[in-house]
Design a protein around this ligand. Structure first.
Ligand code: ZN
Ligand code: ZN
Length: 285
């Protein structure tokens, strides 16, 4: 698979990337500075860092850590302080160079997490709270090493149903700005269960998820990382983005979900038309 280390400027100026992971995330490389430099090179005007914060006390996995100065530390709210400070510092440094730097988080959803999110929002002034759903029933479905253990005891109907209920609960909680990569379950789910998974999910999204998103004012992102995952579509797929918009769901931001600096803005020239708020303001006349 190609590496997608893109260094050339995007052809559409004025875009923002609202989902990227600097090296505070344990699965990412590249400092905040390296991301900001890459963003400027690609012609982005805004970047929002969304480091992972995974704190499910019942998780069967071991993602609940933050990397600080090359050392792994537990994911507890206090340990986010250096990340918050570094992102704010980057905004001071890069704002005058034409790049606005926002503070976000990709909070790993789990049942009962609402209080934890509220506590973080009290401690720090986040610009953006993304809800990342990476587990079904406390087992990770998002990594190649994990998905079989997660899926093997469940039918495709059960997986879609459980995942859908989690998204609905996350939306109804009202504590998140945006649900990250809405149909992420397809990343390995389609490989495991076949095309039926996406059919069932599209139906569940329409009937259950969109109404919950509209009611709570929770948005969806267009996450372009599916392109580098080789699935040849976004998360969610273009069809679901269009159906969501028709149902009144706000499609708020483009996110590359970059885990190395040169993945930022991936495929944004093609994806920009799906997200009206990402487009530069054109003169009317
Ligand atoms: Zn994620
Ligand atoms: Zn992410």
């Amino acid at each position: 698979m190609p590496e997608y280390n893109q260094r050339e400027p995007l052809s559409i100026p004025g875009l923002a990337d609202y989902h990227c992971h600097c090296d505070y995330s344990i699965d990412a490389t590249g400092s905040i500075d390296e991301y900001c430099i890459a963003a400027l090179r690609r012609g982005l005007v805004e970047i929002c860092f969304t480091t992972h914060f995974d704190s499910n006390p019942n998780s069967l996995g071991d993602a609940d850590q933050i990397r600080i100065n090359s050392e792994l530390q537990p994911s507890i709210p206090e340990n986010l302080a250096p990340y918050v400070e570094d992102v704010r510092q980057a905004d001071d440094t890069y704002h005058s160079k034409g790049l606005s730097v926002k503070l976000g988080l990709e909070f790993g959803w789990y049942k009962g997490c609402e209080e934890g999110v509220a506590r973080l929002r009290e401690m720090y002034t986040f610009d953006y709270m993304l809800c990342g759903i990476h587990e079904v029933g406390n087992a990770c479905f998002a990594c190649r090493e994990c998905f079989e253990a997660c899926f093997s005891s469940l039918s495709v109907e059960e997986v879609v149903d459980k995942y859908t209920r989690q998204v609905v609960t996350a939306a109804e909680s009202g504590v998140f700005d945006t649900i990250a990569h809405l149909d992420y379950i397809k990343k390995y789910g389609t490989e495991f269960f076949g095309p039926k998974l996406e059919e069932l999910f599209a139906k569940a999204a329409k009937e259950q998820i969109f109404p919950a998103l509209v009611k709570s004012g929770t948005a969806l992102e267009v996450n372009t990382s599916g392109i580098r995952h080789g699935i040849d579509n976004y998360y969610p797929s273009i069809r679901i983005v269009n159906e969501a918009r028709r149902a009144g769901v706000e499609i708020r931001h483009l996110g590359s979900d970059a885990h190395v600096p040169w993945q930022i803005g991936l495929d944004f020239d093609a994806a920009a038309s799906l997200v009206s708020s990402s487009m530069p303001a054109w003169d009317e006349d």
